[in-house]
Write a protein that binds this ligand. Structure first.
Ligand SMILES: Nc1ncnc2c1ncn2[C@@H]1O[C@H](COP(=O)(O)OP(=O)(O)O)[C@@H](O)[C@H]1O
Ligand SMILES: CC(=O)N[C@@H](CCC(=O)OP(=O)(O)O)C(=O)O
Length: 298
């Protein structure tokens, strides 16, 4: 690269940092729940970029809370063990043998991989599941789905306590039932319930598509509740996008200020969303247009 071009790059970087000031101020002290989907954590590079974003967010005053999925990793382990599984509306039909594998993979392999990635970037992450400190008590969601849980009682105090110690909670979507059963909770559902209990300022759902697409495959940058209902009825929102958009609606109802569905494989996806004028993905915030205000309101 020529010296002149390098100077231009540095000037652009400085300008980007300067332009981030109103957003840095806006999100200082904000609680941001980030759901990392299994498809978004494929490569080591993607994981490293995610971890850097989370550590940087905390460095500039955000309280990040990570909730993760791990569907592809569960599929792989079930395959290795010769256990078949099927999905109904994006949720895994979960029998006794399956729920044991789900907990092993989510609370073990996947959770610790994320914890390690964040800690490697200088953060202090701690891995827990919905079972810890009664964070997420569940009931059976639907008898047809077996041990799939619906969160019914949330106690977010452990998340607050960890945040006060500057620890970054990394939460596996596994919950306990009142009779001691273990429930497999869809990662989006768990993230929404946790964001709702925390009254989070933002819920970022990181996935493997650039947002919610319409019938022509175009990403919708801003969506209302009604649009979500219409697109779901028309079958345009399908599969794994159903729990995601349903989560968004539930989270808004529970007091989360806004939900964004975005591509977690894109480098620095979280920073792009929070700290640039452009933003990323599909913003779900009732009927307001996707305009990034410059005032100090979140
Ligand atoms: N309208 C839609 N817009 C975008 N993606 C959709 C839509 N309907 C269904 N999908 C599917 O939803 C998937 C995301 O859900 P899922 O695979 O469960 O992701 P994750 O593992 O990140 O939770 C996308 O890869 C896409 O195939
Ligand atoms: C009930 C249910 O479907 N649970 C999910 C939990 C993991 C998950 O949600 O992972 P992603 O976010 O990567 O899809 C499952 O068993 O796959």
């Amino acid at each position: 690269m020529k010296k002149q071009d390098m100077n231009r790059d540095w000037i652009a970087t400085a300008r980007t940092l300067s332009q981030a000031l109103p957003y840095l101020q806006r999100y200082e002290g904000a609680t941001v729940v980030i759901k990392l989907g299994g498809h978004a954590m494929g490569s080591d590079e993607a994981m490293e970029s995610f971890a850097r974003d989370v550590v940087l967010m905390q460095q500039v005053g955000v309280k990040p809370v990570v909730v993760h999925g791990g569907g592809p990793m569960i599929n792989k382990m079930l395959g290795q063990l010769g256990i078949e599984s099927s999905f109904v509306n994006g949720k895994r039909v979960t029998d006794k043998a399956t729920v044991e594998v789900v907990e092993m993979v989510l609370s073990g392999l996947v959770n610790k991989r994320i914890v390690q990635a964040i800690n490697s970037q200088g953060g202090r992450a701690i891995g827990i599941s919905g079972k810890d400190a009664n964070l997420m008590v569940c009931e059976q969601a639907d008898p047809e789905l077996g041990f799939v849980g619906a969160p019914v009682a949330m106690d977010p105090s452990i998340v607050h306590e960890l945040g006060e110690e500057n620890l970054i909670p990394v939460i596996a979507p596994v919950g306990a039932g009142r009779d001691g059963e273990t429930f497999n909770v869809n990662g989006d559902t768990a993230a929404g319930a946790i964001a709702g209990a925390l009254h989070a300022d933002r819920l970022l759902l990181l996935t493997d598509v650039s947002g919610v697409k319409d019938a022509n495959g175009e990403v919708l940058t801003c969506l209302s509740s009604q649009q979500i209902k219409d697109l779901t009825e028309a079958g345009v929102i399908a599969g794994g996008m159903i729990p995601k958009t349903q989560t968004a609606l539930d989270a808004l109802r529970d007091g989360v200020r806004a939900v964004v569905i975005l591509d977690g494989r894109a480098p620095n996806a979280c920073l792009l969303e929070l700290y640039t004028e452009h933003g990323a993905g599909s913003l779900i915030r009732d009927t307001q247009p996707r305009v990034k205000p410059t005032a100090k309101t979140v």
